[in-house]
Design a protein. Structure first.
Length: 251
């Protein structure tokens, strides 16, 4: 399993812990606010908003928090003026890192991200310096309860181009990949089949991975990713590392 997939599983576990602490509430509320602002404040007619709400509910965020975020995004409750920004750079060992943030103060966010890179031996670069190493895809994660023939047929009918078997909290799942414009169609088609959808998201997929074998580099890299993940303005952190399980345990 590639390093980015392993890290996705770690992040899912961390998200549950953070949700109990309340740390992830602010991040997901921001995503809901922006989605509501960019379209209509009705999840049935706004796919970005519906996806953000599904993620929030999966993390255990109360409905009242979700409704408050929608109201702010729609301009009914004094929402902040948030903008989406992407940052790119390199971590220890030459690992490429993409950070997506929602912020009301880009100077503060850039300073916080740069400080994390500097502290843990990375280098924050210009936008575009590493994104060419990734493809931006839509991903639907479903419980693995179907045959491979059924998956292949669904991919064909839903417009998906590939799929992978992986795990979600130690349960078998299938990640189905498609072009960004087709994600909503694929999601609705899989729902029509009655499949259990765990998550629908946009994701940066690395075209190749960088093997990290040195324990000190691994420790610094994981600390950097963790520091970036913990910044309130940061929504997602994506990398292209591959790492042995014993080194991943350093997280």
């Amino acid at each position: 399993m590639a390093g980015h997939s392993k890290w996705a599983n770690i992040k899912r576990h961390k998200a549950k812990v953070d949700a109990v602490k309340g740390q992830i509430f602010a991040k997901m509320s921001r995503a809901i606010m922006v989605a509501a602002r960019n379209g209509i404040p009705d999840p049935e007619g706004n796919f970005q908003l519906r996806t953000a709400i599904e993620k929030a509910k999966a993390a255990g965020i109360p409905n009242e928090n979700i409704e408050r975020a929608i109201a702010k995004g729609a301009g009914m409750a004094g929402g902040d003026n948030l903008e989406s920004i992407r940052y790119e750079g390199y971590g220890p060992g030459g690992v490429a890192i993409i950070i997506e943030a929602l912020t009301d103060n880009r100077n503060r966010t850039a300073a916080d991200i740069r400080a994390a890179f500097n502290k843990y031996g990375g280098n924050l670069g210009e936008t575009g310096c590493v994104s060419w190493l990734f493809s931006h895809r839509g991903v639907v994660t479903v419980k693995h309860t179907m045959t491979e023939e059924e998956i292949l047929a669904a991919c064909l009918e839903g417009g998906a181009d590939t799929y992978e078997y992986t795990t979600w909290e130690e349960e078998p799942v299938v990640e189905i990949f498609t072009a960004i414009p087709n994600l909503e169609h694929l999601n609705r088609y899989l729902q029509s089949l009655g499949w259990s959808i765990l998550q629908t998201e946009f994701r940066w997929i690395p075209s190749n991975t960088v093997a990290v074998t040195d324990s000190e580099q691994a420790r610094s890299l994981l600390k950097l990713i963790d520091a970036l993940d913990n910044l309130e303005d940061v929504q997602t952190v994506t990398t292209n590392f591959d790492m042995a399980e014993e080194l991943l345990a350093l997280a």
